[in-house]
Design a protein around this ligand. Structure first.
Ligand code: SF4
Length: 329
């Protein structure tokens, strides 16, 4: 059957995490189009499940939206309390509205731009009593940022830096997110996307990268996240420079604790992420036909074993289709 899908192999930290978590989940999440040759209904359900999120995941996503809405508005206007409250209210309203739509379980109106259904509702869990708690967590994350020094600092950057970049997660600019790896021959066909939450260019050779986190905090403060190393690599490749010529500082800022880890990007960080991309590409190649990353056709679904951890399956969004797929093995 004709396959209109084509995309060279992609690398992301999430993708490798999913592959390590469960090979079958990786297949279902990244190659749902391959199910077309097995069962169309299964493919459509998999596509739907791929876009469901749990309420915990919504906390991170909505915090991200709220901060981005605020910072993008702040970039152009000075905001009084009323304006800030209006930005907050919009996200609170959105969360309530989307929750009610999710509860209807009417997936006939599903479309790629409205991925707000909750996995809890799909699996018939009653989570009515959790909504206010989730909204409160988002508002609390935002208020913590507003009352912190970071709020003053970013306003200072808006006034003084050469360029300030604020991500727009509601409308991703995929073209701008691409990391141009053409100068690294072994990686030139790998598709890597990266955009930090917040970036500052003070001058042509002085950069600051900030990512906000709402998940579990890292304990090891010497650790540089792979995501931030990718941002730094992207900056270097784009500027056609080396770390001898430019200074890149990075921070991960956790909400609501405001703990931060970070520092100066060193050559060892860049060497490490380039090697990691190569290793992960080889790992992923084991699951595609002829190891051809340009064609990027997955092996048969039977080549993707299931995890043996019942704990992982208990919360897996794909548990329905994973079970249904057994009828075709
Ligand atoms: S239900 Fe379990 S085995 Fe199936 S995809 Fe999810 S984690 Fe993997």
């Amino acid at each position: 059957m004709a396959n209109n899908y084509h995309h060279t192999l992609t690398w992301s930290t999430t993708r490798i995490t999913v592959l390590e978590y469960c090979n079958k989940k990786y297949y279902l999440n990244y190659y749902p189009h391959a199910l077309r040759n097995i069962n169309e209904e299964l493919r459509l359900t998999t596509l739907l499940l791929k876009n469901l999120k749990s309420m915990d995941m919504r906390v991170g996503e909505k915090t991200h939206h709220l901060l981005s809405d605020y910072l993008n508005a702040l970039k152009h206007w000075s905001l009084d309390e009323e304006a800030i409250q209006a930005i907050k209210d919009r996200v609170i309203w959105e969360m309530r509205d989307e929750f009610e739509i999710s509860k209807t379980r009417d997936y006939t109106s599903y479309d790629r731009d409205h991925k707000f259904w909750l996995s809890e509702h799909y699996y018939w869990e009653n989570v009515d009593d959790k909504l206010e708690d989730v909204i409160q967590k988002v508002v609390n994350n935002f208020d913590t940022f507003l009352n912190s020094d970071w709020n003053e600092t970013v306003q200072h950057y808006f006034k003084t830096a050469k360029t300030v970049y604020v991500e727009k997660p509601r409308k991703k600019d995929f073209e701008n997110m691409k990391v141009n790896l053409s100068s690294l021959p072994e990686l030139k066909n790998l598709n890597v996307m990266a955009a930090p939450d917040f970036g500052v260019i003070f001058s042509d050779n002085n950069y600051l990268i900030i990512d906000r986190k709402t998940g579990q905090e890292k304990i090891d403060t010497d650790w540089t996240s792979e995501q931030l190393k990718i941002y730094a690599l992207k900056t270097l490749l784009k500027s056609r420079s080396t770390l001898d010529d430019i200074h890149i500082e990075w921070y991960e800022v956790y909400l609501p604790s405001l703990n931060k880890i970070g520092g100066k990007i060193e050559k060892i960080d860049i060497d490490h992420i380039i090697q990691k991309l190569k290793d992960d590409m080889e790992y992923q190649k084991q699951f595609i036909v002829d190891g051809d990353i340009v064609k990027n056709e997955p092996l048969e679904h039977t080549h993707f074993p299931r995890t043996t951890s019942a704990k992982k399956c208990a919360t897996c969004t794909f548990r329905k289709v994973c079970e249904d797929l057994k009828n075709f093995e």
